[in-house]
Design a protein around this ligand. Structure first.
Ligand code: TXA
Ligand code: MG
Length: 357
């Protein structure tokens, strides 16, 4: 099968809708990462997603919805969820989150209606729902039906944030990739689930927990390690992994100038490996002295953001990991942000998973 890249014009969108209707799967852009999409109510299409991605069937999918004024009643009417199993006390907060953050990088895991195939939810009684904000994803969803879509990478590998990255992952396995440019957010959505009468953070992602908590007016549960790891396989160890070895070092906290310019102290550069076999990923552009030092040591490096802006770091992270992985280096050294607010939690989570920690 030859994989073709299509543009979001009406004729080509129609080709994609027909293709999806027939039970085939395609890649589509979202504001977080590219997804591998199939008809969410079609068992055969959903099975195809798992096969193409080589994803184990215990890892449930997110169902993507067209942008409407969603609330619980409409989700029930669309045969996606059942309302009875949602605690009364959580109904208003859930609807407030939908109003505030849909469309956007927030996924809500709710009690599933019968029409949603068991394969979508890996046999769980819940289904994950999200409304992507990308205009091209929205154009496709408006013309079609709910689309089940995991990230469009082969299982366990780095999520794609451009059509070219999808092609590198899935060329020859799917007929079409819908072009949507580079992903604006660059990290997968934040996943929230219900736990008793509370909302719990199942996976940190492109929407910061603080923004959600500000909307809710109360803290989210944040399990250190979720008791049922299979419920959030983003928690599985070898996720988002490059092919080459990845070592992390912690972002220095208020490092002294002396330390900043002492290369060997700051990075675990391996003396027995030639510098050209090592790639370095920094959060921010290094100081001139440091850049000089890196240059004379012969190390290739990437700075994720000139000024260490977290949104920009998130946007660049997967693309740069991919580049470093293909740079010919045997070892990738990456600076890991300290825990903290905003996207720090999610960036740290992805880097640690990529390093197998
Ligand atoms: O931003 C995103 O979320 C991207 C784009 C394509 O929308 N999608 C994505 O899908 O990251 P995937 O399959 O790579 O990750 C889905 C996450 C997994 O961590 C999965 O465990 C969780 O959502 N999930 C899905 N259904 C669930 C359920 N019923 N209960 C608990 N977690 C669920
Ligand atoms: Mg994924």
């Amino acid at each position: 099968m030859q994989t073709q890249i299509l543009e979001a014009c009406p004729e080509q969108l129609q080709i994609l809708v027909e293709c999806l209707r027939s039970g085939e799967v395609i890649a589509m852009p979202t504001e977080t990462v590219y997804g591998l999409a199939g008809h969410a109510f079609d068992d055969q299409a959903v099975a195809r997603i798992f096969a193409v991605k080589e994803r184990p069937s215990f890892d449930p999918l997110i169902v993507h919805l067209a942008d409407r004024q969603w609330n619980l009643e409409r989700l029930v009417a669309a045969e996606l969820i059942v309302r009875e199993a949602i605690p009364e006390a959580l109904q208003a907060p859930l609807e407030a989150l939908m109003r505030a953050f849909w469309p956007g990088p927030l996924t809500l895991v709710l009690p599933k209606a019968e029409r949603v195939p068991d394969l979508v939810s890996s046999g769980l009684a819940t289904v994950a729902l999200r409304v992507p904000a990308h205009p091209v994803a929205q154009a496709l969803l408006r013309e079609s039906f709910p689309l089940a879509a995991p990230s469009a990478n082969r299982f366990g590998r780095i999520s794609p944030t451009s059509a070219a990255a999808v092609l590198a992952e899935l060329s020859g396995r799917i007929p079409y990739i819908l072009e949507g440019g580079p992903c604006e957010i660059g990290l997968e959505s934040t996943v929230l689930g219900l736990e008793g009468e509370s909302l719990t953070l199942l996976r940190p992602g492109g929407l910061s927990p603080e923004a959600i908590e500000a909307e809710l007016g109360q803290p989210l549960l944040r399990p250190a390690v979720h008791p049922a790891e299979v419920l959030a396989p983003g928690m599985l160890k070898s996720h988002y992994a490059p092919e080459h070895r990845l070592l992390l070092f912690e972002e220095p906290t208020g490092a002294a100038e002396a330390e900043l310019s002492a290369l060997s102290q700051r990075w675990p550069v391996l003396p027995n490996l030639p510098p050209e076999a090592q790639a370095l990923i920094l959060l921010a552009e290094p100081t001139t002295t440091l850049a000089q030092e890196l240059k004379s040591a012969g190390l290739a490096y990437w700075a994720l953001s000139e000024r260490g802006d977290l949104n920009e770091i998130a946007r660049q992270l997967f693309a740069v990991l991919r580049q470093a992985d293909q740079s010919g280096a045997e070892l990738i050294l990456a600076e890991c942000p300290q825990p903290g607010p905003g996207l720090r939690h999610a960036i740290r989570d992805r880097l640690r998973k990529a390093a197998g920690l």
